[in-house]
Design a protein around this ligand. Structure first.
Ligand code: FAD
Ligand code: NAD
Length: 404
């Protein structure tokens, strides 16, 4: 049966959940809105999968982390969707693309073995269920974590908490190379090492050894070494899910290019979340962000643009990245461009950094802050105060943001 909806969202992840809530708040009825989702469950807060979902005790399970609980909004359970949204669709008046991204596979780097039963990726609930099962069968055993980014750092911490010995392997000189400076990275690496995590930097995996059942028994590294394993976790980045739209919409930086109204090169099609490349005025360039805050906020904004086009301006955004692992909790606001000034106690629990570009503070990082302190560093990155004496800013440290 052909059905027509005023608003169709392709993709059923974080952005879809937040957009659905915003549309219904603005009076859109169930007959007007449809979400087409590849996943068999209603949208959920994906960040939970590498954190509370992996806790050995009282782990989070659905329905407790459906969207939009992460922003202290209503919990959109399957029942909510039955009441507010509907099933199949073929035609739309306005389409919102929220297809997110998929995990890069080792095969793309010439390594075979992703399908082995003890090799885990982590992008969706099915992956997380699998990871929990494999982890539970490996207590006391050895895991190799491939990658030094977000997934690797958060999963390594969870594996340790689940009593598994961890070796991390990544090609760069330190962890979190897209954001961390060597000094920041070394703080976290030291802590992970104190928890027993081993780091093998500057090399990558070249192949797996398998037993007769196809289970991975060891990883071979390009530097010639071999590490025996009971399980492997792979976190080597993502690729946005754009293939449905190739040749139909303008693409850039690997994603779907949108303007400040989140509108693609086709007037009736919008894109939000990990898949969208949008202008970030504060950074002076277009960016594709792979973080939950931008998924939530682009989703909210697109509903406003569509429902109240005359009253809604361009999307103005201060990038926010955060992570939690062990008892750590950090946030980064703004842009990590230019020179870096570190501040605070890098032997203690509260420290940070400012990024200064062309004489202005453009980015700020803080570990272990209070809500007020995080708010202050966010304001600093938003206001971009002039800085002519980097050493003085370093001396003032957090006070520079708190009193600025
Ligand atoms: P997604 O949430 O990935 O949703 C996309 C949805 O579209 C999926 O349900 C997918 O199945 C579906 N889909 C894809 N193609 C199609 C299709 N053709 N038809 C129908 N459906 C389709 N960010 C942070 O800032 N902080 C964190 O702590 C954090 N933790 C994370 C932990 C994990 C384990 C992961 C994987 C990500 C984490 N992120 C975190 C990133 C954050 O979750 C993403 O930025 C966010 O989910 C992006 O939202 P999205 O809606 O664009 O994409
Ligand atoms: P990432 O981009 O954070 O890290 C990828 C890492 O893979 C790189 O740092 C590099 O060390 C490594 N790498 C690249 N090629 C490799 C190779 N051939 N062999 C070994 N290592 C290689 O990506 P991720 O950690 O996979 O995370 C996936 C997505 O999930 C990202 O979009 C990320 O933003 C998101 N995520 C975010 C959070 C958070 O914001 N707290 C938490 C989890 C996941």
């Amino acid at each position: 049966m052909e059905r027509v909806f005023a608003y169709v969202i392709v993709g059923g992840g974080v952005a879809a959940g937040y957009a659905a809530l915003e549309f219904t708040k603005r009076g859109v009825s169930h007959a007007q809105l449809c979400i087409i989702s590849e996943e068999p469950v209603a949208p959920y807060e994906r960040p939970t999968l590498s954190k509370k979902f992996l806790h050995p005790e009282s782990p989070a399970r659905l329905p407790s982390f459906h969207t939009c609980v992460g922003a202290n909004e209503e919990l959109l359970t399957p029942t909510w969707y039955e009441e507010h949204a509907s099933g199949e669709t073929i035609r739309y008046e306005t389409l919102i693309i929220a297809t997110g991204a998929k995990a890069l596979k080792l095969e793309e780097f010439g390594v075979k073995g992703s399908e082995a039963e003890n090799v885990c990726y982590l992008r969706d609930l099915a992956d997380a269920d699998r990871l929990v099962n494999v982890m539970q069968s490996c207590t006391g055993g050895n895991a190799v974590v491939i990658g030094g980014g977000y997934i690797a750092m958060e999963c390594a911490a969870s594996l340790v908490t689940n009593k598994i010995n961890v070796t991390m392997v990544f090609p760069e000189a330190h962890c979190m190379p897209r954001l961390f400076t060597p000094k920041i990275a070394s703080y976290y690496e030291d802590y992970y090492q104190s928890k027993g995590v081993k780091f093998i930097r500057g090399t990558i995996l070249s192949s797996f050894e398998f037993d007769s059942n196809g289970k991975v028994t060891a990883v071979n590294l390009r530097d010639g070494s071999q590490i025996p394993v009971d399980m492997v976790v792979v976190g080597i980045g993502i690729r946005p899910n754009t293939s449905l739209f190739e040749g139909q919409l303008t693409m850039e930086k690997g994603g779907i290019k949108v303007n400040g109204k989140l509108q693609t090169s086709n007037d009736s099609v919008y894109a939000v979340g990990d898949v969208a490349v949008f202008p970030v005025d504060l950074c002076g360039r277009i960016r594709r962000l792979e973080h939950v805050d931008s998924a939530r906020k682009t989703a909210k904004h697109v509903a406003a643009v569509i429902m109240e086009p005359d009253k809604t301006g361009e999307f103005e955004y201060l990038p926010l990245f955060y992570s939690k692992a062990f008892s750590f909790s950090w946030r980064f606001y703004g842009d990590n461009a230019g020179e870096v000034v570190h501040f605070g106690d890098y032997l203690g629990t509260k420290f940070g950094a400012y990024w200064i570009n062309n004489g202005h503070l453009v980015g700020s990082f803080l570990e272990g802050g209070t809500e007020d302190e995080f708010e202050a560093i966010a304001n600093a990155a938003q206001l971009k105060p002039a800085v002519d004496d980097l050493a003085e800013v370093g001396r003032q440290g957090l006070n520079f943001a708190m009193t600025g």
